[in-house]
Design a protein around this ligand. Structure first.
Ligand code: ATP
Length: 266
């Protein structure tokens, strides 16, 4: 491979209403972004600096990425998404160059969000890191510290493994707004089911409350997978019977047997 894949500005289309639950997280992120844009004078008066960085951590498939995309859409921010491992490169110095380039693009496109998914790939503890890894981390810290210029650029990072991150990353002024995004609770699962159901055709026998109660411990991604598996089963039946089907309880029963809980059955 030659140069790394170029990172482009994206325009996500995810809305808050596409995400079940996580109301507290949505509110906190909205505040972090909207306050400095809408009320800079209030912040100045109380001597509160705007946040530069947010760290989202929690198990896979629980809406970290979805949430950052919705934040960008709803707040009208440009969005640059980078996966940690994509930054790492075989060539000496190239990872650092691409990292600086990402920040440059984000500044040019502000107000904007840089989203580092799987940040652990580039920001592991320096003591456990190869020389190349340390250089990438140092570049990241330097870019985040370039304070004034970072105004209206929010850095959001996500990880499933917060314990491996270098503590320097979470110092005040860096990724110091640390938020846990956990598996969906009962209400959140009900909302995820409702969101899916609103775009499908469910038989009236299907009780979303009951389904939500029976899916404790499933991630958001697994909840969606249950819905799609049930939808698939209904489609299969439609083909067999040559008759239009609704998604019925038996389809959900089948789906519950198919989709395994992977984040909580450790
Ligand atoms: P990873 O750590 O694997 O990157 P993540 O926490 O970033 O996971 P997302 O990519 O946001 O997870 O979620 C994966 C998919 O799961 C989403 O595209 C969506 O279909 C579904 N999903 C997860 N949580 C929710 C939720 N709360 N509401 C609606 N859909 C959800």
């Amino acid at each position: 491979p030659t140069a790394m894949r170029e990172v482009f500005l994206e325009t996500p289309k995810v809305r808050w209403s596409d995400i079940g639950g996580q109301h507290d997280i949505k509110k906190r992120l909205q505040q972090a972004v909207e306050r400095p844009l809408k009320h800079p004078q209030r912040m100045h008066r109380l001597n509160v600096k705007s946040k530069k960085g947010v760290l989202l951590y929690g198990p896979p498939g629980c809406s970290k990425t979805l949430t950052v995309k919705a934040l960008a859409t709803e707040a009208g921010l440009n969005f640059l998404a980078v996966k940690g491992a994509e930054i790492l490169s075989m060539y000496v110095g190239e990872s650092e160059r691409s990292l600086r380039e990402i920040f440059r693009k984000a500044r040019a496109a502000r107000p904007s969000i840089i989203f580092f998914d799987e940040i652990d790939a580039i920001a592991g503890r320096r003591s456990n890191n190869s020389q190349g890894g340390v250089n990438v981390l140092t570049t990241l810290l330097n870019e985040m510290d370039g304070i004034e210029e970072l105004r209206n650029v929010l850095v959001i990072a996500a990880t499933n493994k917060p314990d491996v991150l270098d503590p320097a990353l979470m110092r005040p002024g860096r990724l110091d707004n640390i938020l846990y995004i956990g598996p969906p609770d009962f209400e959140a699962r009900k909302e995820i089911l409702r969101i899916w159901a609103s775009k499908s055709v469910l038989h009236k026998e299907v009780d979303l409350e009951v389904l939500a109660a029976r899916t404790e411990g499933y991630s958001g991604a697994e909840m969606v997978s249950i819905c799609e598996t049930a939808g698939d089963a209904a489609l299969d039946e439609e083909e067999e019977t040559q008759q239009e089907q609704e998604v019925c309880l038996r389809h959900f029963e089948y789906a519950l047997g198919q989709v395994r809980r992977q984040i909580t059955d450790a």
